[in-house]
Design a protein around this ligand. Sequence first.
Ligand SMILES: [Zn+2]
Length: 324
Amino acid sequence: MNELPILPTTVIGSYPRPKWLREMIRLNLAGRVTDDELAEAFNDSVISVFRDHQLAGVDVPSDGEMRRDEMTEFFAKKLKGFKFYGPVRVWGTNYYNKPSVVGKIQYEQPMLVNEFEFAKGASYTPNLKITITGPYTIADWSYNEYYRTKYDMAKDLAKTINLEIKKLIEVGAKIIQVDEPALHSHSEEVEWAIDITNEAIAGTNVKTIIHICYGDYSLLTPYIENLKYNQINLALKNYNYKPLKLFKKWHGELGIGVIDVHQRRVESAEEVAEDIEHVLTQYPAKKIWINPDCGLKLLPRSIAFQKLKSMVDGTKIVREKLKS
Ligand SMILES: [Zn+2]
């Protein structure tokens, strides 16, 4: 890892797929584009994502998670023990291919190693981030038809995610983000959910980040000191920074969301700068990283790009002020 500036800027992970990639995926399903041609398109799209992140000026980019349709399904399909019965309706007309656990969950094959190796070669900086869905979230978003308890299921998932993280470190990953959006979904489970997610990074010596987004952050507060990650990154713009005070006892770095990913309105650089300055009244700058609230994949690509640009430009305004 190279040295980073104060207030490093990063992404959460996902970025909009280019329209031509979506078209290639559709044509592949229809049998009109070969798997090799589609693989080439995925690689080309990763290069495009890094180029966008570079033009925006992001310090710690990702590959945009171009190869992943969905954050649970992607991993469930590569692990032993899962079965898919078909899509379930989540809300409105949105369907989700919810996996079922029907046998012991076991590690079968590397899940992200090829993806990371390509990203490493395509990245403009050695400071790239690789994201992986956390064991508690995969457990929470799957049906349990095998284990006696959800805890037992999550425990086996933690073992497999830990194995994968170790493989990523072997091939050079230096910044690893575990995505646990479900961590605070059930108040009675938060305490053990934190133990489970800690197991995912057990025995590692790289920079570890946990991403926790929408929901009631106050459920985390009683156990926040138990988290063993170097950094938590959070959705905060969407909540107008109100939950910020809940993390006073947190010993590590804090990644603060300054971009609302649910709104198409593009924040101005000045607005981002003001928000960061507000955060700096409560936390020291050396503990703060700057990120969007969540992944950008549901936004139109041009808007996602402009939002990243504002995030970086706003951060630069604050960096200048910190110098004087
Ligand atoms: Zn998120």
